[in-house]
Design a protein around this ligand. Structure first.
Ligand SMILES: O=C(O)c1ccc(O)c(O)c1
Ligand SMILES: [Mg+2]
Length: 621
């Protein structure tokens, strides 16, 4: 698959954008007119720079408001077009995108539109230029990709084809399978963008909220499957208008973008393998159909089977040790060669990393995931451009395959074992007696605060590299703003990761972002009692909360009193019940203990605003 990206996706100048695209490995780019008009580079210099960088200049765009106009306007539009064709020949470019008219069209007549597009195609042909006509979702008369294609067929000129843009098609819920019937010679260009499903006017949605494939909710693998089956072989180019990407680090965004196409390519191949057209042999087997567009695949990974460990770091680890001890964790000793401690409760393993550097506030440093094959999972992550984490290992120590997540959390791909134990624990506590069993507990979920500019990137990272499934995001009200919260989980719920977009730092200088590790136990009330007896500093829940709880759930008075006495939170749905409590925060970390009853599968979402408010209060006494 030939990869492309529109310069409008990125921050910076045209030169910076082009360099970042080359570093990320794109085959070609779409030049957005604005980027050229505002550039000090001459068209010839842009052409030379693209050649040096190994970038094809695939598409010049946009050319607006051409069709369906009065004769006077048509004349002016043709003149405008000719100037652009001349410019394109200086750039060495041969394809221009013409969007359906949103502003100046006054005549709704396909015959007239076809006639005007035929004149444009003729003029383009004289200059050796191809016109790719795209239906914008908010086009005045043409806003449906099949309508645009019908016009292309009516005109039937070798220099006129269509541009398919997944956003304009999927935002309107148009059926995508009809693409398969298109003549591939008439598909001049394909643009891909994902988006969260929002209910708002489609223009604003398109101009501000597009995201890279895998970061939204569109079924792009299916869209691409139909494009591939149509026989299209040209570039698949990202065109993502997004307020965050346009102000983020350009090289980093370009890598995120490239990752999305590598992933989409694999997903498209999988969609094709799983959706053989009727009357053809089942796909995947020896008769796998070949299409003109070659789709590369990736090393395959299944969902992780569970968390292997979580690692917190601090220069002063005393508070972390105290919290874990009070929660009922056992100290299993120090590592033979490294400055790290192991604490366990059942199969929940927490490593405390004693940082040599001072002023390291306690924070979550790393997460280990149980995978079928660490080597294969690592190969996949690296092909998806995840940075590798170097970890010192000595002889006889387990070698961990590590990658760095967008927020710099280190992700380790560990060899899972059927009984949930981890071989590396023997590297800890030499000479110490291991207590083993005790309470049964596992890591239930981990909640990571994401910097605002890396949130979407993180969703794609965990989706593509770790095979976690993003759930629709929620917004949690907190005193410092709305916290966007996105659950990423495995189908069996064995791994649950919650990404929180922390509100922008307050001027007060207080660290507002907090993240946590949650452990699931069998008997939360007993765990809370024991923790209280050891002197644990619980997050204090306001009395108002318990009144509201009673109003909503009509709880048995003795049970309600227990919840209140122990600062426990409660939730219930059709599947079961959820009990949980939080510790006070040290640095940016706190812990949560949960008990899931029945098939409860959530996270106590109605309680999240209470937690945020109490934590805010404790930071703003
Ligand atoms: O928002 C727009 O105007 C616009 C312009 C060009 C495109 O290719 C597109 O998809 C949208
Ligand atoms: Mg487009």
């Amino acid at each position: 698959m030939r990869t492309g990206i529109a310069t409008v996706c990125l921050s910076g100048t045209l030169k910076e954008k082009m360099q970042a695209c080359a570093i990320a490995g794109f085959d070609g780019i779409e030049i957005f007119e604005q980027d050229l008009v505002t550039s000090p580079l001459s068209p010839e210099q842009v052409r030379g720079m693209a050649a040096d960088l190994g970038l094809d200049l695939d598409l010049y765009q946009p050319f607006r408001d051409f069709d369906g106009v009065t004769p006077d306007l048509l004349k002016a539009n043709l003149r405008r077009a000719e100037a652009k064709f001349a410019l394109m020949s200086r750039l060495g470019m041969d394809t221009i995108l013409v969007c359906s008219n949103v502003a100046t069209a006054t005549i709704d007549d396909d015959g007239l539109r076809a006639e005007q597009l035929a004149q444009l195609a003729g003029l383009a042909g004289d200059h050796g230029i191809n016109v790719a006509y795209e239906a914008l979702a908010w086009g005045k008369y043409v806003n449906d990709y099949e309508h645009a294609y019908r016009l292309v067929e009516m005109v039937d000129h070798p220099n006129l084809g269509t541009c398919l843009d997944s956003f304009h098609i999927l935002s309107r819920d148009w059926e995508t399978s009809h693409i398969e019937a298109f003549n591939p010679e008439k598909i001049f260009f394909v643009q891909v963008a994902d988006a969260p499903k929002l209910s708002m006017d489609v223009l604003s949605w398109s101009r501000h909220y597009r995201v890279f494939p895998g970061e939204g909710q569109f079924d792009l693998a299916k869209f691409m499957g139909h494009v591939v089956r149509a026989g299209y072989t040209g570039p698949v180019s990202l065109e993502v208008f997004n307020d965050v990407f346009r102000q983020s680090d350009v090289e980093r965004t370009a890598v995120d973008a490239m990752r999305s196409l590598i992933w989409l390519e694999e997903q498209s191949a999988q969609w094709l393998a799983g959706n053989a057209p009727e009357g053809t042999p089942a796909a995947g087997g020896a008769h796998r159909r070949r299409y003109p567009m070659e789709l590369a695949t990736l090393p395959k990974v299944n969902e992780p089977a569970g968390f292997n460990f979580a690692e917190v770091k601090a220069d002063d680890t005393a508070q972390l040790e105290k919290l874990l001890g009070q929660l009922g964790f056992e100290f299993e000793g120090r590592h033979r060669t490294k400055d790290v401690q192991l604490w366990t409760m059942g199969q929940a393993r927490v490593i405390i990393n004693e940082q040599a550097a001072s002023h390291t506030e306690p924070s979550i440093a790393a997460l280990g995931f149980d995978v079928d094959s660490p080597v294969i999972a690592s190969a996949r992550a690296q092909q998806l451009k995840a940075p590798v984490v170097a970890r010192k290992v000595q002889a006889d120590e387990e070698v961990f395959q590590g990658i760095s997540a967008p927020d710099s959390t280190e992700i380790f791909l560990c060899q899972g074992s059927p009984d949930g134990t981890a071989a590396w624990t023997h590297e800890f506590g030499e000479g110490l007696e291991h207590h083993g069993a005790g309470t049964s507990a596992v890591i239930d979920h981990v909640n990571l605060a994401q910097p605002w500019q890396h949130f979407d990137e993180a969703v794609l990272f965990y989706t593509s590299a770790l095979a976690l499934e993003p759930q629709p995001f929620a917004e949690v009200p907190s005193p410092s703003g709305l916290v966007r919260s996105q659950v990423m989980e495995t189908t069996d719920g064995a791994v649950r990761l919650v990404l929180n977009l922390a509100p922008v730092q307050q001027a007060s200088g207080h660290k507002t972002y907090q993240e946590h590790i949650a452990f699931a136990v069998d008997d939360l009330v007993a765990t809370a009692r024991a923790a209280r007896d050891r002197g644990l500093d619980f997050l204090q829940i306001p009395a108002n909360y318990y009144e509201d709880l009673d109003a909503r759930f009509d709880l048995e008075p003795g049970f309600l009193a227990t919840l209140k006495e122990l600062n426990l939170l409660y939730d219930r749905d059709a599947d079961g019940e959820f009990l949980h409590f939080y510790t006070a925060t040290v640095g940016s970390v706190f812990f949560e203990m949960v008990e899931r009853r029945g098939g409860y599968n959530g996270y106590g979402a109605p309680n999240a605003p209470v937690r945020h408010a109490v934590q805010y209060d404790s930071l703003h006494p």
